[in-house]
Design a protein around this ligand. Structure first.
Ligand code: ZN
Length: 92
């Protein structure tokens, strides 16, 4: 057994954590050790690979995509209103 294994374990980084690193990765702000794990995970995980590709093109498109998303969030109903509507439709 050796601790000096040069092999990177792609599962060291979870898909969820990878998403939090994407901004730094694209800005080249990740420390090289983290960057290597990040790239190993991208190679290993098709889901994160396409997530990164989509994220990259979204960044290239600018903030337009985010503006739409924010509007959608504002349009969502508060929980108590949803509950009231559900209750009203049940007592029909
Ligand atoms: Zn993943």
């Amino acid at each position: 057994m050796t601790n000096k294994s040069p092999t990177i374990d792609p599962t060291e980084l979870s898909c969820l954590k990878l998403e939090t690193f994407i901004d730094d990765y694209l800005d080249n702000k990740l420390p090289s050790a983290k960057r290597e794990v990040f790239e190993a995970h991208i190679d290993y995980c098709p889901g994160c690979y396409s997530f990164l590709a989509n994220y990259r093109s979204a960044v290239h498109l600018g903030k337009a995509a985010y503006a739409d998303e924010e509007e959608a969030t504002c349009a969502t109903m508060p929980d108590n209103l949803v509950e009231a509507i559900l209750r009203a439709s049940k007592t029909k």
